[in-house]
Design a binder for this molecule. Sequence first.
Ligand code: AGP
Length: 614
Amino acid sequence: MCGIVGYIGEEQAAPILLDGLAKLEYRGYDSAGMAIYDGEKINIQKSMGRLKVLSELTHDGSTMPGCIGIGHTRWATHGEPSDANAHPHFNESKTIAVVHNGIIENYVKLKKKLTDKGYQFLSETDTEVVAHLLDYYYKKNEEKPDRIIETITKVMHRVEGSYALGIIFQDQPDRVYALRKDSPLIVGKGAHGNLIASDVPAVLKYTRDVYFIDNEEIACLTKEEISFFNSDGESIEKTSKRIDWDINAAEKGGYEHFLLKEMYEQPKTVRDTLNPRIKDGQIVIEELGMTDEEICAINRIHIVACGSAYHTGVTAKYIMEGLARIPVEVDLASEFRYRNPILQKNDLVIIISQSGETADSLAALREAKEQGITTLGIVNVVGSSIAREADRVMYTWAGPEISVATTKAYSAQLIAHYLLAIHFAKVKGMITDEKVADMITELKALPAQIEMLLANKEKIQKMANRYVGAKDVFFIGRGIDYAIGLEGSLKLKEISYIHSEAYAAGELKHGTISLIEEGTLVISLVTQKDLYLKTISNIVEVRSRGAVVFAVTNEDNTEIEKNADYVIYVPQTNKYFTNSLAIVPLQLFAYYVSIGRGCDVDKPRNLAKSVTVE
Ligand code: AGP
C-alpha cells in the first residue's frame, strides 16, 4: 500500500530517494517524505500530495544534503493524508527516523503504553508508534554491545501486524536498517552504494543484484557492506538474485500512460508466458512439480484471489471443469480466509496474484497450508511472498506491471489457467493428443489476434467518447462471457469512476433489469457459441426497455447485427480462450472513457497497485 526506499553510499541520497519513490508511486501517492542525515543531524521533509510536491519542496532534493537517507510514498491507512501523517516519522529527540509500509495492528495498545510513559505523538499514524518504541528500547539497551540490533529485535517482538521498515539512527549514521514481516522489501547492492525498497523497479537504475528479505529478517546496510540478522539478532547469510528485467520495462516507453503501454505489451506477455511451457508439441509445466498420479488424485481445486486475479479464476472454473472435469471452487480471498473453508486431503489450492503480496491472498495461502493442502501460486512478481510461500509457483512472465489497473498480468494469468487445464485434462486422459495440438495452435495464434484488436482502437475510442458522461453501465454475459464482463466492469469502474455492474445475463431479469432505462449502456459479451441465442434473448430484453447495446462477439456471429447498436468482432478462437481476446476492446473502452473524463489512468483515486493490508 505504500512504498519505502533507502540509500547509503557515496552519492547524495535525496535524488536517489526521489527517483526510487517515483518508481514506487503506483503503490500509494497521497503524501511523501524523506529523512536524510546531513553529517550532524537527521532532517525530514514531508508533505501531503503527490511526489512532485515533495520534489518541489526540496528543489529536487538539493535542499537536503547527505549520503544516507530513507523515503516514503504513502497510501493512507491510519490517519488521513496530511503533512503530519506523512512518513518519515521521528522519535521525540529526532535521533531516529522511520518509514513503514504495512499496518501495526496493536498500535493502539502500544500507543497507550508509550503515552503513559510520557511519549508525545504528533500524528494519527500507527507508524509513529514504531519510532517511539525504537526510542524506548534504544534507551533501555544503552549498555548492550549490539545496541541497535537488540533494539530492533525487541521492537519486532512487540509489534503485531505487517511491516516493511526503513530506519536510520543519528547515533550510527553510517548505517541504514531494514526489516519486514508480510510487507515486501528488497535490498539492492550497488556499485556506489546500497539500497532498500518495497519493489525492484526502485533500484534497477543502480543495481541488478537484489536480496529478497524474508519475514522477520533484518538487513543492515553500510556504504560497502550488507549484513543480515534473524529476529533473535543472530547473523544469517543470504544470497542475492540477479534481476534481468529490461529497465525500460519499468518506464513508459513513449506511451502516454503505463496502462496503454501494458495493454500493448499483452501479445508479448502471452508469448512469454506460453512459449516456455510448450515443448515438442506438448504442454510441459516443469515448475508444477506434480506427478501424473498426483494430478489424477486431485478431487477439487480451490482458486482463491482478489480483483482481476479473481476474475481469471472465474474463467478458469469453466475451463478446468469443461476440459479436465475436476470440480473447481472460486473464492474471493477476503472471504475464503474467514469462512473456515472445507478443504480435503487431495484438494489443490491455487492462489492467483500479480504482486504476490496481496494480504488477503497471502492469508488464504497460509490458511490452506495450515490445513496441509497443496498450494500453487500463479504469480507475476518473482520472489514475492506468495511465490516464496506457496508449495509450487507458476510465474506469469509479464514483467513489472506499473499501472494500478492490471492488463498484461491478467492476460498472462489466463494463459497460465489454459495451460494448467489442458495439461490436467491430458494427464487424466480427457482429451487426445490431437485436441492438445489443436489448442496449442489456437493458443499460439492469440498474440497476433490481440495485436489486431489493439490496432483497431479508433472504433472503441469513438464509442468511448460517447459514454464519458455515463452514470451506470452494465456488462452481461453467460458462462465465460460473464467472467469477461466481471473484468470489463472492474476496468471501467477503477479507472473512470463510472458505476458499473457485471451480471450473468440470465440473472438480469431477477431484479436488476429494473435499472435499465432509456439510453442505459449495456455491454454484452457474446463469444460462447452454444449460448448465443440465450444471450441474444437477454439483449432483446434490455433493448426493449431502452438500453443501448454494445456487443462483443465472434466474427462469424453476424446474427447479432440486428440486435445490437454497436458490435465489436473478435477473431475466431477456442471457446475457452475468448477471454484473452474479448477483454481487449473492454480494456480500451475503459481507458478512453477514463481519458475522456480526465481521470488519472495509472493512479486512480483511492487505489494502490498492491493491497498489502486487509
Ligand atoms: C485490478 O486492475 C486491480 N488492480 C485489483 O483488482 C487487483 O487485481 C487485485 O488487487 C489483486 O491484486 P494481485 O493480483 O496483485 O493480488
